[in-house]
Design a protein around this ligand. Structure first.
Ligand code: HXC
Length: 516
């Protein structure tokens, strides 16, 4: 073969790569509102930064006539590229090739991208758009999933792992995303379930649509499997880039410092205005977050799931922080099973990736009731205690208003490991609310009184004034300082900066036994 022919063949081979499953399949993809695997990669990465790996890898299967269905790349595109100048590794399944189904060689290609991410200590982004295990390749595809899961686990806590569900993700395939740190889903594009509607109808007799069963809304609101619910693919890619800006490339680095011009000494008068004087009145804790943290830096995670706690990343004087904030406007901010899970998972992500945790506290307690007790609020609630107690990143708490009982311990207790606890002058710190406490400890006096209602109110007030104010906790050394609401930002920044060099290590062991 002449040199000219060799070059010609190379060009033809490259064109074949771009053809993928052919124009008709690409058109079908477009009609479903979906981009192609390569366009997705180009949209996520910095321009012209993609370097493809193993583009010619192809199936070795000859079962069921598979030798006639060989495609270079085997239904996935993988490689490395840059996001804001920092390297990431990616895989992007190609639904136009055999429905993106995962066979032996596709799994090998994805697995090599995972290994590259781990070797170079850079984030791994996987885009799922697939019919699941390639049926023709049987156990070889199952073995491939096993390898992918194993690599997800090996990389957990070492590099950030992001899963973008941009099409179907069915069967056991869902477990790779579930093993990663963040799952993104897109309205009317993404679907995740372990068995589809047909099987559910046959086995359970239930009728459900694909979207109801495993769409973006379902997993963002009901199951909590999705952390980000995006209106379209473009919004998804923007969020991926934004999220990575709060995280380091790996567990040995710190998140990038991003100066944004918001003054360290900016006063925060709105904190006082937002928190109502009446301690049972609701407000939106996001208004406090917007006032205190660097302007327009809050990126909420799990926005629609378990809304009695708000979690997300923001910046304080340019430093990345993770916020866990009770939300008084939902269930009075109580911690229930789902909100405990949500906050515990978020705290663990922050601790893996050296992001300090800041809690904003206004909580009357864990959620009572038989439903919660029967479903295991005890072990689920323990997750947040464990996650906070285990985390070695700087942990700062600001008590905005109520901090009662076990929930106080999870959100603000020095003894559990918070490094600095600040309280506003209106903070109430106690085993329980004044009403409940007075009813118990002054029961006899109230019963014996000529006017029980009046006595009860007097005792409630007495308890509130004498035992719940923040100076009682400050005198005991449980609160570092009581601060003015307008100084909240400045004080949090000073606290954070004083803890930047914090170093704490845990007793050597294989691993703790995290409650699940
Ligand atoms: C091989 C597959 C495939 C699969 C789809 N295709 N899924 N080929 N193995 N798992 C092929 C189709 O035959 C078709 O090929 C092309 O991909 C596009 O599929 P369509 O059905 O035309 O697309 P659409 O109507 O959009 O439906 C998409 C779908 C559906 C909902 C994903 O294809 C589907 O239900 N597929 C099967 C899903 C499934 O049960 N997978 C196994 C899950 S169990 P042609 O040539 O006609 O274009 C599993 C176990 C993993 O994954 C365990 C890991 C531990």
């Amino acid at each position: 073969m002449s040199r000219a022919h060799e070059l010609e063949r190379m060009k033809e081979m490259k064109e074949k790569l771009l053809e993928a499953g052919g124009d008709e399949k690409k058109e079908q993809q477009k009609k479903k509102g979906k981009m192609t695997s390569r366009d997705r990669i180009d949209s996520i990465l910095d321009k012209k930064s993609f370097i493809e790996s193993f583009p010619y890898i192809t199936s070795r299967s000859t079962d069921f006539g598979m030798e006639k269905h060989r495609f270079p790349g085997d239904g996935v595109v993988t490689g490395t590229g840059l996001i804001d100048g920092r390297q990431v590794c990616l895989s992007s399944q190609d639904f136009t090739v055999l429905g993106g189904s995962l066979g032996e060689q596709q799994a090998e290609r994805i697995n090599r991208a995972q290994n590259m991410a781990l070797k170079t200590r850079t984030p791994f982004i996987q885009i799922n758009d697939s019919g699941g295990a390639r049926i023709q390749e049987g156990v070889y595809s199952l073995d491939g999933y096993g390898k992918i899961f194993r690599s997800n686990i090996d990389a957990s806590g070492v590099i950030p792992q992001l899963s973008l569900i941009l099409g179907p993700c069915a069967g056991g395939a869902v477990y790779s995303p579930a093993l990663t740190d963040f799952v993104f889903m897109v309205e009317k594009v993404s679907q995740m379930y372990i068995t589809g509607p047909d099987v559910i109808k046959a086995v359970m007799g239930e009728e459900v649509t694909h979207e109801q069963l495993g769409g973006a809304s379902t997993h963002s609101k009901k199951s909590g499997n999705a952390h980000f619910h995006c209106k379209d693919e473009q919004e998804c890619f923007t969020l991926v880039r934004k999220l990575l800006s709060y995280l380091p490339s790996n567990n040995m680095e710190h998140p990038p410092l991003v100066e944004n011009g918001d003054s360290k000494s900016r006063k925060t008068p709105k904190v006082n205005e937002v928190i109502p004087e009446q301690n049972t009145k609701a407000y939106d804790v996001r208004d406090i977050i917007d006032e205190v943290f660097d302007k327009e830096t809050f990126l909420e995670v799990h926005k629609e799931y378990a809304p009695s706690i708000v979690v997300g990343f923001a910046r304080l004087a340019g430093r990345s922080v993770g916020i866990i904030a009770n939300q008084p406007k939902v269930l009075s901010g109580t911690l229930d099973i789902n909100s405990s899970d949500k906050a515990a998972r978020f705290v663990r992500v922050c601790d893996c990736f050296n992001v300090p945790v800041i809690s904003l506290v206004d909580i009357p307690g864990y959620m009572p009731g038989t439903v919660q007790e029967y479903d295991g609020i005890i072990r689920h609630g323990a997750k947040l205690l464990y996650a906070i107690g285990e985390a070695v990143v700087p942990k700062i708490s600001l008590i905005l208003r109520k901090a009662y009982g076990g929930a106080y311990i999870a959100m603000a207790a020095r003894s559990l490991g918070y490094d600095r606890v600040l309280a506003l002058p209106c903070a109430e710190i106690a085993v329980m609310g004044a009403q409940g406490a007075a009813n118990i400890i002054f029961r006899r006096e109230i019963a014996a009184s000529q006017n029980p209602g009046e006595t009860r109110n007097a005792k409630i007030q007495e308890f509130q004034e004498s035992s719940m104010n923040p100076y009682v906790s400050a005198a005991a050394g449980f609160v570092d300082d009581v601060i003015a609401p307008e100084d909240a930002r400045e004080e949090l920044i000073r606290s954070l900066e004083s803890l930047v060099t914090k170093h704490e290590s845990r007793i050597e062991r294989k691993h703790g036994n995290f409650p699940v």
